[in-house]
Design a protein around this ligand. Structure first.
Ligand code: NDP
Length: 497
């Protein structure tokens, strides 16, 4: 029987005020695998109040960075010893392949917890010194307070950890909401975390974004709201957050270009494009969505690309041999189908895919799809789909490629492929994206920041920059004269006595 999960509020596992729950579905089988609590605003307020109390009583924020580090490290070890269980749950809930969940998501989550465990111990202010000539200035980094975090469904535990690990390492308390489609692994993770953290330091609430998420964004006891999600959701969060001028961290949509220069290896670039376009069923804000290929190699490139895409084994994500699972939901698949239909109507040439696999009657599967003969002005080249659809555009000059690559409202990630380092660097410098990979696409590491330009948001996940997002800077000034003089304003403005 499907487990009914409770929510974690103030160290206790509780049901929603209304007693209502919602179903959690396996997108590969369309069966109910769990139930979760449907929170009201009242439930969220309780969780935020608990986080506020826990922050104000100093049970976590007053611990030394070293003490907090020990807890985060222990949590990493607990996840490590439950790695297979987490990978199976994530695979069943998101539909991502078991090999991807087990060999990529989980190791990265563990590494991320360990990174932030150590990183908070070496947090730095810029400098300290006697700048006034009569006193000492110190820069101090302090936790920001109560952090509310909203997580999407494409990387449920992975992105949750990106937010909560730096926040907890910094000494903040947290209220976190998983996406309603994928709450399971975060709730399981919270069971482990709750055994290590003081009560109220980590709270997990489940329920609809337009209720739970909106309360988190607007509540005046929250000091910082962080979200990964759609750009339209990010805009709404900014509006709500203005109520108490809370800190906002946004990781939003993407439309990653993949530029293939004339001297690129066709074999390496086609391999890179297929993997980075279709991993996680293309439900990835950094996924390759637009390949820009020089006209001199366009036909050869397309032929090899399509050949490789057709080899992708689509099916049961629990099977070790599967390369690509289903999309998260029927609505996400319909959205993908609508883009495919619109592109065909606008004159795009469908090279492969474009349909539901005939042999898979259950589950929200959709074939890897590639279009050529598209124009940069088409919707498919401008808007985020979050489905397995890749376009290949021809360009004539490097400047033309750069212009087309930058011609979107997003600016999260991009890549450029080739051999001549001068041209590669020129392109990397000209791309208005937060990450540019050269001869690679999609590599993330705990030490380096992940975050966008333009409407892909602001603030950074991962790295020391994420710790900056979840801390605030204080200037402390200490008089060095021992008050053997008049206060500074008499010195500056003169003695009026
Ligand atoms: P959303 O932005 O709606 O969902 C992301 C998270 O935000 C979920 O936890 C969701 O909760 C929550 N949320 C939704 N509405 C609000 C709100 N008004 N206030 C606060 N929180 C809210 O994305 P969708 O799931 O609707 O996906 C739509 C598209 O967004 C995708 O096709 C893709 O293009 C993009 N997207 C991008 C992601 C990225 O990694 N950058 C991740 C996810 C989506 P709930 O689940 O309860 O609705």
């Amino acid at each position: 029987m499907a487990e009914t999960y409770k929510m974690l509020i103030d160290g206790e596992w509780v049901v929603s005020e209304s007693g209502e729950t919602f179903d959690v579905i396996n997108p590969a089988t369309e069966t109910v695998i769990a139930k979760a609590q449907k929170s009201s605003r009242g439930d969220v307020k309780k969780a935020i109040a608990a986080a506020r109390r826990a922050f104000d009583n100093g049970s976590w924020s007053n611990k030394t960075p070293g003490e907090r580090a020990q807890v985060l490290w222990k949590l990493a070890e607990l996840v490590e010893s439950n790695l297979n269980k987490f990978a199976k749950l994530e695979s069943a809930n998101v539909g991502k392949t078991i090999k991807y969940a087990r060999d990529s998501d989980m190791p990265f989550i563990i590494d991320n917890l360990k990174f932030f465990s150590g990183a908070a111990r070496v947090l730095e202010g810029k400098s300290a010194g006697n700048y006034s000539g009569i006193g000492m200035s110190i820069i101090k980094r302090e936790p920001i307070g109560v952090v509310a975090a909203i997580v999407p469904w494409n990387y449920p535990l992975y992105i949750a950890v990106w937010k909560l690990a730096p926040a907890l390492a910094a000494g903040d308390t947290v209220v976190i909401k998983p996406a309603s489609r994928t709450p399971i692994t975060l709730l399981e993770f919270a069971k482990l975390a709750n055994s290590l953290l003081p009560k109220g330091v980590l709270n997990v609430v489940t329920g609809p974004g337009d209720v739970v998420g909106e309360e988190m964004a607007s509540n005046e006891d929250v000091d910082c709201i962080a979200i990964t999600g759609d750009t339209s959701t990010g805009k709404e969060i900014m509006r709500l957050a203005s109520k108490n001028v809370k800190r906002v961290q946004l990781e939003l949509g993407g439309k990653a270009p993949f530029i293939v220069l004339p001297d690129a290896s066709i074999d390496a670039a086609t391999e890179g494009a297929v993997v980075s376009a279709f991993w996680n069923s293309a439900q990835d804000c950094t996924a390759t969505t637009r390949v820009l290929v020089h006209e001199s190699m366009y036909d050869d490139f397309i032929e090899l690309l399509v050949k490789k895409a057709k080899k992708i084994r689509i099916g049961d994500p629990a099977d070790e041999k599967t390369d690509m699972g289903p999309l998260i939901s029927d609505s996400q698949r319909k959205r993908t189908e609508d883009y495919v239909k619109a592109t065909i109507a606008e004159g795009g040439k469908l090279l492969c895919g474009g349909a539901r696999p005939e042999n898979l009657k259950k589950g929200f599967f959709f074939e890897p799809t590639i279009f050529s003969d598209v124009k940069q002005t088409m919707r498919i080249c401008k808007e985020e789909i979050f489905g397995p659809v890749l376009t290949v555009l021809k360009y004539s000059s490097v400047d033309d490629a750069i212009e087309k690559a930058n011609d979107v409202v997003y600016g999260l990630a991009a890549s450029v492929w080739g051999k001549d380092i001068t041209t590669l660097i020129k392109v990397a410098n000209s791309l208005r994206f937060g990450t540019v990979w050269i001869n690679e696409h999609g590599v993330l590491v705990s030490e380096m920041p992940h975050g966008g330009f333009k409407q892909s948001g602001f603030g950074k996940d991962l790295s020391m920059y994420a710790l900056e997002d979840f801390t605030q800077i204080k200037h402390i000034y200490i008089d060095q004269t021992g008050l053997v003089r008049k206060p500074w304003y008499y010195v500056v403005y003169g003695d009026k006595e």
